[in-house]
Design a protein around this ligand. Structure first.
Ligand code: IMO
Ligand code: MG
Length: 418
């Protein structure tokens, strides 16, 4: 059984939590796209773990974890994450952790370029400045460095020199200090010492697991509306983090996938710039931020908050081929007395129910709901307050996709499965 877990808003929906929950019965969990722009939090056994590159299930000792070809890896960040985990008593051996030799390497010049592009742009994207975009750009340019190159250091120096040509021309042009290929080479050599044992052909591991009918969970990063093709370009990340892109990044063909779980919050949040039709840049947004603790796991930035946009969710159901929904923060949004949900847009004189390319011209059409109060005893759907059930039922009616998982608290135990 292969399950994909994908974000269907603007990220931070609780994909790490969902993936960790699903991995209870899995043999392998895969991170497939993005890099350390992701920030995935899991609260398990009363402990909080924050992951950026490692799949969330690394904390389960009996689960094997893979970082797949579609990911871009900052080797220093990965090493420090491994070390953090080891300090927390989680051993990461090469028998249970594998890095694809095809995954690309984020180098210091990518981070420097990320900052420079943002500085030069009239309209900022508000990237995480982790070098994600420039690394993917060089991958497309076919000058990138891959994890495989860390295992083959005789050709590495030449490749770094070539890769740096474009970046250094850019730095020169804008009066920035040039990056010395020797320094990036030394950094790679230093990181290779720690990482090489984990680097391998992750595709064969997945094929073998599939042949044995083992359960595989793919932990998506980012979300549909940050997707390079289907999101709010240019206010997006630089990978295809929709469901197909997630499967592709993992190295899994579409017909091999059994379930696609779309993870969403009962409201919306966004970090960085870009259109946000239901944004509440007022005391309602402040209240949601406070109640949901909406601050970035990666950058600590306060997240922009607003009402749930079901037009986006419904579109995601088709584009990502969702088989079920996981709605998190039902506890959080219920605390408001009145709750609004966007069920359509007023757009250039018409009422529409799709997401147009120039969505900054959309005005939300809302339906209103009454709040509710949840508590720890509500371990089953039937035990939820009527108003919460009405809210969930409406999501299902509107999207025609079943809400299978409901998050009513940070701890993974506070998940209702239907
Ligand atoms: P998870 O996996 C929320 C956003 C950034 C910025 C845009 C581009 O935790 O849901 P980038 O550094 O990727 O070039 O930035 O994308 N962004 C995310 N927002 N959650 C994430 O990941 C994000 N990854 C990138 O804030 O607006
Ligand atoms: Mg996050």
């Amino acid at each position: 059984m292969i399950k994909l877990i994908v974000g269907i808003q603007w990220g931070d929906e609780g994909k790490g939590r969902a993936s960790h929950f699903e991995s209870k019965n899995a043999k392998i969990v895969v991170r497939a796209t993005g890099g350390n722009n992701a920030g995935h939090t899991v609260v398990a056994n009363g402990k909080k773990y924050k992951m950026h590159l490692l799949p969330s299930s690394i904390i389960r000792k009996n689960v094997n974890c893979i970082i797949a070809p579609g990911v871009v890896i900052d080797p220093e960040v990965l090493i420090s994450e491994i070390e953090e985990m080891e300090k927390a008593g989680i051993t990461i051996t090469k028998d249970r952790f594998h890095i694809s030799e095809r995954a690309h390497v984020i180098l210091p010049h990518h981070k420097k370029l990320d900052g420079l592009y943002e500085k030069l742009k009239a309209k900022k994207i508000g990237t995480t400045k982790r070098g994600i975009g420039p690394c993917y750009a060089e991958k497309c340019n076919r000058t990138g460095i891959r994890m495989f190159d860390l295992c083959n250091t005789s050709t590495l120096k030449k490749k770094i020199e070539e890769d740096l040509l474009l970046a250094n021309t850019m730095f020169k042009q804008y009066g920035e200090e040039l990056v010395n290929p020797e320094e990036e080479y030394e950094l790679c050599i230093k990181c290779a010492e720690k990482l090489v044992p984990y680097i391998c052909d992750t595709g064969s591991i997945l094929i073998q697991a599939d042949e044995k009918n083992e359960n595989i969970v793919v932990e998506g990063a980012q979300a549909l509306y940050l997707d390079l093709d289907h999101g709010d370009y240019p206010y997006v990340t630089s990978s295809n983090c929709n469901a197909s892109g997630t499967a592709s990044g993992a190295g899994i063909g579409p017909t091999k996938v059994d379930e696609v779980i779309g993870v969403m919050k009962a409201y919306c949040s966004r970090v960085g710039e870009g259109p946000f039709t239901t944004e509440q840049d007022n005391e309602i947004g402040d209240k949601i931020r406070e109640l949901g603790y909406e601050y970035g796991t990666t950058t600590g930035r306060p997240r922009r908050c607003g009402w749930l946009d079901l037009v986006m969710v419904k579109n995601a159901c088709f584009v990502c081929g969702l088989t079920s929904l996981c709605v998190n923060h039902i506890d959080t949004i219920g605390k408001l007395e009145k709750i609004k949900v966007c069920i359509g847009y007023e757009y250039k004189g018409n009422n529409i129910e799709y997401v147009p390319i120039d969505r900054e011209y959309c005005k939300p059409i809302y339906k209103e709901f009454e709040g509710w109060e949840t508590n720890e005893t509500m371990t089953e759907y039937e035990k939820l307050p009527e108003n919460a059930k009405k809210y969930i039922k409406f999501i299902e009616e509107y999207t025609k996709v079943k809400v299978q998982y409901i998050g009513i608290g940070a701890d993974e135990k506070q998940t209702i499965v239907r």
